[in-house]
Design a protein around this ligand. Structure first.
Ligand SMILES: Cc1ncc(C[n+]2csc(CCOP(=O)(O)OP(=O)(O)O)c2C)c(N)n1
Ligand SMILES: [Mg+2]
Length: 426
């Protein structure tokens, strides 16, 4: 609320100038506008200073241009010593690595199913972005909740949904997590505090505020994670959500998974911004942060700080994590090398692949070796294969189910009046 100190984190991923460890650079709103800024501290664990990438209006870029975002000197070990990572046991670290490998092998198997004509509709894969789900979701505890957009498979596996129920959903089978009626974009598992899977760009952002509102209303100390893409930041609903989240001081963490593209449109062509997208939070007097989403340790550190702000102080945060998708917007996007260069994709794969980076760190930490890497990979491939076989052999939803699970009130007659009264007359 007014007067609240900001916690400002300068973009740390691209155009990095390493000056010294733990030195920081603060940014405030343009001189003369905006509320006062606490310039004392960015973050005790910020590894380096970065030079600002100032930009006030959109610039057209074509696939032939050298993207300015990807020429860096990145500290791949950043945040290794942050308390949230230091407290991890060897087993837990291996679990996080395994989760990323499982997500990738699941997605690859799903792509194959799509190409074989076994999966209809859309299929948006998460390959390249695994560290965001694996770095954030396992930090959920107690009554924490989460919600995301249609690129939802990684988060689903991260909350503990099985490959079988996820793959069956992709195949449109009744054994799927949404009974085969949701498909790729509409995974659901409320019992695991996973509230979807939403196909309308930005549509999940007011719902994310709603989850946080419900927690606060009921006096529960927990937070809601709400993931969105870089393309969703220009939706009106998102800005209404930010306004209400700060106004009501809701315990919500908005995580922009900035993979650089909205379908075939680059961030530069679709958004005006200064430095980064998360800085828009200043317009709502909201805390914000920005980081390298390729690095699992960094994701954990930044997400934890935002979750603690939500849980302990009931305050929202807008956190942007820079990430990348290697394949097309969906598997039907055959032109994914047309709106960006092959070199760009290759460079990210070779230098920042989240699984490769974490694998190297764990090898260095003495927790992984070649045999263990192969073993984890083999198990993940086998699990994905078995999930595809399970999906293939599962039945389609019965005809009579075509009208169920559309409106909650139709499936639960008589209960809606009750719900309404509880909410509005309390
Ligand atoms: C309200 C709305 N407008 C347009 C679309 C079509 N659409 C689907 S995905 C997408 C791009 C979103 O990109 P981004 O938010 O960056 O997510 P990403 O696909 O990169 O994960 C668009 C425009 C939609 N689903 N909903
Ligand atoms: Mg995007």
């Amino acid at each position: 609320m007014p007067g609240m100190p900001f916690r400002i984190q300068h973009p740390t991923l691209y155009k990095r100038i390493v000056v010294s460890h733990n030195s920081v650079l603060c940014l405030g709103p343009s001189a003369g506008v905006g509320p006062s800024i606490d310039r004392k501290r960015v973050s005790s664990f910020a590894p380096s200073i970065v030079s600002p990438k100032s930009k006030t209006k959109s610039k057209k870029s074509s696939a032939s241009e050298e993207p300015e975002d990807f020429q860096e000197d990145i500290d791949l070990k950043a945040f290794q010593d942050h308390r949230v990572n230091k407290r991890l046991t060897a087993e837990e670290k291996l679990d996080l690595y395994t989760l990323m490998v499982r997500i990738r092998r699941f997605e690859e198997r799903a792509v194959r199913g799509y190409q074989q004509g076994k999966i209809g509709g859309f299929l948006h894969d998460y390959i390249g972005q695994e560290s965001v789900a694996a770095g954030s979701i396992p930090l959920m505890e107690g009554e924490d909740q989460m919600i995301t957009a249609y690129r939802d498979h990684g988060q689903a596996l991260a909350v503990g949904m099985s490959m079988k129920e996820c793959m069956a959903e992709l195949y449109g089978r009744h054994t799927g997590c949404s009974k085969g009626k949701g498909g790729s974009m509409h995974f659901f598992a409320p019992d695991k505090h996973y509230w979807g899977g939403h196909g309308i760009v930005g549509g999940q952002t007011p719902l994310g505020a709603g989850l946080a509102y419900a927690l606060k209303y009921r006096g529960i100390k927990a937070c809601a994670l709400c993931f969105l893409g870089d393309g969703a930041v220009n939706q009106g609903a998102f800005h209404e959500s930010l306004n209400l989240a700060q106004l009501f001081e809701l315990p919500v963490v908005y995580i922009i998974e900035n993979n650089g593209y909205s379908m075939g449109t680059s961030q530069d062509r679709s958004s005006t911004y200064v430095d980064c997208l998360a800085k828009r939070a200043e317009g709502y007097n909201m805390a914000w942060d920005y980081g390298n989403g390729h690095l699992l340790y960094e994701v954990r550190a930044r997400v934890l700080e935002a979750m603690e702000r939500a849980r302990k102080k009931s305050l929202p945060t807008l956190l942007e994590l820079k990430t990348y998708r290697y394949r097309g917007h969906s598997i039907a996007d055959a032109n994914f090398e047309k709106y960006r260069t092959k070199e760009e994709i290759k460079r990210i794969r070779e230098t920042l692949d989240p699984i490769m980076v974490f694998q190297n760190l764990l090898i260095e930490e003495g927790l992984l070796d070649e045999d263990k890497v192969k073993e984890i990979d083999k198990a993940a491939r086998q699990e994905a294969l078995e999930a595809a076989e399970f999906a293939d052999q599962s039945p389609y939803p019965p005809e009579e189910e075509i009208v169920t699970d559309v409106y909650w009130t139709t499936d639960n007659p008589g209960k809606h009046d009750n719900q309404g009264r509880i909410f509005f007359n309390d």
